[in-house]
Design a protein around this ligand. Sequence first.
Ligand code: SF4
Length: 394
Amino acid sequence: MGRHRTPADSLADLSVLTVRERKQLSVKDATSDVEQFAEPGRRESLSQSLLTWYADTRRDLPWRHGCDPYAIWVSEIMLQQTQVKTVIPYYHRWLEKFPTLEALASTDLQQVLKAWEGLGYYSRARNLHQAAQEIRQRHGGIFPTQLNDVLALPGIGRTTAGGILSAAFNQPVAILDGNVKRVLARLVALPVPPAKATKQLWQLSEVLLNREHPREFNQALMDLGATVCTPKNPDCPNCPWSSHCQAYNLGIQSQLPMRETSPPLPHKTIGVAVIWNEQSQILIDRRRAEGLLGGLWEFPGGKIECGETVEECIKREIQEELGIDIEVGERLITIDHAYSHFRVTLTVHHCRHLSGLPQPIECDEIRWVTLDEIDQFPFPKANSQIIAALRENS
Ligand code: SF4
């Protein structure tokens, strides 16, 4: 008698299939996986077991203490790319500083970036600020309740909108963040990387969503991914979905989700100048508002070209960026830092201003500041290490 084809077979098959065949398999299998879990009895069982588990084990997180859409929105944005334990102190400080949407909308962007300093992915802070102003302008300062209006705001994608609308207004809108993708990919033993089956995973999240308790269901799903169905060593024996989970039942939970093979991150080497004048002030510049780290302050510098020494690079960059002559002195510090799409090594040198009036040629603004004044300005994380080194040296 023929045997049903299982997800484990699919996983094994994938290693010998051509790229074209894999693409066909991904659509076919992922779609049929969703259909299996859409069966009402199974859906109800999954939903109830998850809600019961959540009632007993839910995490006491500060943004779960109320339903203020503004506070929930702030938490959702902070939690993109950042872990809960890192977010909590920032979240409290943020709400002390900007307790309402109106307070945020009325604040200068530099203060907003300063409050975000150290959290990374600064476009999140810029978008929060801009969206607060748009809500004030278009919705009278009241956070919108229609999905399309929420999605029209800067920095809010589908999963963030679902997180806000379900948590603040108990609306039945599904979510699909990184944790949820992992849980669902394991639940159905998805035979391809989640990025290749996004449509099917959204369908699954929508099919499973409990329509009577969407707030609790979505929060429970997030907790399951964060505390039980973790990237390494998922705690399957204590999982409310263990009896339904195909990955667990096939013993392949640690191999899932399947990963895309990604090329190594490109590496840039940068020469950075701490330029002193005769009044013991340092020259800093504000990056252009658009792009990576937009609106933040930094020490000037740039990429070391092929065949160039660090000293030559710094001298050239400062002439090009600021139109001044400097003398490059001793090295202060070397810093390695990783961003999402590349790594950098910053080699930082003390420099002395020789001649010329600094011009903001490739930035939005420049200032001479003392080491005491520098804390008023928002800097990216790697530049904060330069400030710490300067303090140690002084
Ligand atoms: S049984 Fe294991 S792999 Fe499956 S959802 Fe639960 S924790 Fe994740």
